[in-house]
Design a protein around this ligand. Structure first.
Ligand code: NAD
Length: 484
């Protein structure tokens, strides 16, 4: 891909240097149609094989990912300008494969219902689960490899084929990852990646039977509309504006640790980052003091990628969006307690953890998704006020409560309208990947749960086969009734 730069290529910016040092060549719409036609043919044998066989093939893929770990990490590290998170990326996918390989057979078996009708006792029924032949995945740039595979792995286990179009902002990891897929020929027939931007995403939608999209609300809306026109199911995992409530009984030090990590980990480029902080007025000042002190100890990983805590913005435009939100807040009376606007260091765009006070819900920083290391803090009086503020949003992805006890946190957590609520900490969502289910509220998403057993069951059409154990009713005996 790098050697020859053809006319229809897309440039890729390096987030640490600001330079264009990579290009991708998207397939044409016809090429996407041809790739998916071949996948559809291969999917028939894939789905006909026992689930245990698919699990074994996917386990081989996990081994190949492990073997090619160095190249994958290097590519994703260049994609994202950070090292620690990409170095854990292969493990995330390997664990997902091995976890689903262990649990999927039992989940699918449990979903196969069989019995006697509760309303017509002489009718027996049994389920058939038929995988959607071809899944299209469209994924974002913040966790390139992990988010490209998170839905594809359970879908493949279910018996679907999958075509994945990751973000054009971070496509370098595709080359080394495709090498691992090619090493498992049976898998290569049903799993592939295509690189490109929105047009390629559109071509994928035009050729698949079901779509999993992770990205922004604006694109999610377009994707949902395109899927509705084709009458195919779509699962949307979108943005958030996640709140945390810190009660007066909370341990201030612990709360500041949890809020800081939840807001600035990965430079705040996580869908379920903490982006709004509500603190009871009695502890507000002590909390802000601690938060500022801790935030000032966070170091940029510049100039050495292997040092410090947070990296550059991956997507250059994001720095501008975050700067504009800070400007808007300051213009309307907010105070910057530490941090501030983005800075260009060696061509990369970096931002120090930025704590804001004096913010209100009229400001962009409290309404729009930030996706940067910004921590706006508001003080509240009563718990009812805190819940009202937390729910005053267009989003509903996740949230958190830090209180004096788990019971106190739980009581408030149950009142927050969002899919994943962390108690006594923040951003715990990923820990329940294959365990508990969650769905988003409002603009944060649509469709079934990506987490827990429901995740794999999304990829099946559910059929019911019914048998009458008695002779069929005779139509001649089904007469109209006389007037009552
Ligand atoms: P984006 O919406 O700009 O792009 C996402 C993907 O959609 C990319 O692959 C892009 O090429 C593709 N795309 C663009 N236009 C398209 C079109 N018309 N048809 C089909 N595909 C199209 O999002 P992004 O900037 O890459 O990612 C950041 C966003 O993702 C944030 O809003 C973040 O909150 C969200 N996100 C959500 C989750 C979650 O699980 N809820 C996880 C990570 C990121």
């Amino acid at each position: 891909m790098t050697a020859e730069v053809r006319r229809n290529t897309l440039p890729v910016r390096n987030p640490r240097t600001g330079e264009i040092d990579y290009h991708i060549t998207p397939p044409t719409a016809d090429e996407v149609a041809a790739i998916t036609a071949r996948q559809r043919e291969a999917q028939k044998d894939w789905a006909a094989a026992p689930i245990e066989h698919r699990a074994a093939v996917l386990r081989k893929w996990a081994e190949e990912i492990d073997k090619n770990r160095k190249a994958i990490v290097k590519a994703e590290s260049t994609d994202t300008g950070r090292y620690r998170i990409p170095s854990e990326g292969p493990d995330g996918v390997i664990w997902s494969i091995r976890g689903w390989a262990d649990s999927a057979p039992e989940i699918v078996k449990k979903a196969m219902l069989e019995g006697t009708s509760s309303t017509v006792p002489h009718v027996r029924y049994r389920s058939q689960l038929k995988p959607y032949p071809l899944l299209g995945v469209i994924s974002p740039w913040n966790f390139p490899m992990m988010l490209s595979a998170i839905d594809a792995v359970p879908a493949l286990m279910a018996g679907s084929a999958a075509i994945i179009k990751p973000s054009e902002v971070t496509p370098r990891f595709v080359e080394p990852l495709m090498e691992t897929i090619q090493k498992v020929p049976e898998l290569a027939k049903v799993l592939t990646y295509v690189v490109g931007g929105g047009e390629t995403g559109q071509a994928v939608i035009d050729n698949v039977d079901i779509v999993c999209f992770t990205g922004s609300v604006a694109t999610g809306r377009k994707v949902a509309e395109a899927c509705a026109r084709r009458f195919i199911p779509v699962f949307l995992e979108l943005g958030g504006k996640d709140p945390v409530i810190v009660t007066e009984n909370a341990d201030v030090d612990r709360a500041a640790d949890a809020v800081l990590r939840g807001s600035v980990y990965a430079t705040g480029q996580i869908c379920y980052s903490i982006e709004r902080v509500y603190v009871q007025e009695k502890i507000h000042d002590a909390f802000v003091d601690k938060l500022v002190k801790k935030a000032e100890q966070i170091e940029l990983n510049y100039p050495d990628i292997h040092n410090g805590h947070i990296g550059p913005f991956i997507f250059a435009k994001q720095a501008g969006i975050v700067d504009e939100q800070i400007d808007d807040a300051v213009k309307h009376g907010a105070q910057v307690r530490t941090g501030g606007k983005s800075q260009n260091l060696g061509g990369g765009l970096y931002m120090r953890p930025t704590v804001l006070t004096g913010v209100t819900h009229d400001m962009k920083v409290m309404r729009d998704e930030t996706f940067g290391p910004v921590i706006p803090v508001i003080k509240y009086q009563t718990k009812d006020d805190a819940v009202k503020l937390a729910n005053d949003t267009e989003f509903g992805l996740s949230g958190a409560v830090i209180a004096g006890s788990e019971e106190e946190a739980l009581e408030l957590g149950q009142q927050i309208d969002a899919g994943g609520i962390s108690l006594q900490d923040t951003t715990l969502t990923i820990s329940i990947l294959r365990d508990a289910e969650k769905t988003s509220f409002n603009l944060s998403g649509m469709g079934g749960s990506r987490m827990g057993p429901a995740s794999i069951l999304r990829f099946f059409r559910k059929k019911a086969l019914m048998t009458n154990t008695k002779p069929p009713s005779d139509m001649r005996n089904i007469r109209e009734l006389p007037a009552a």
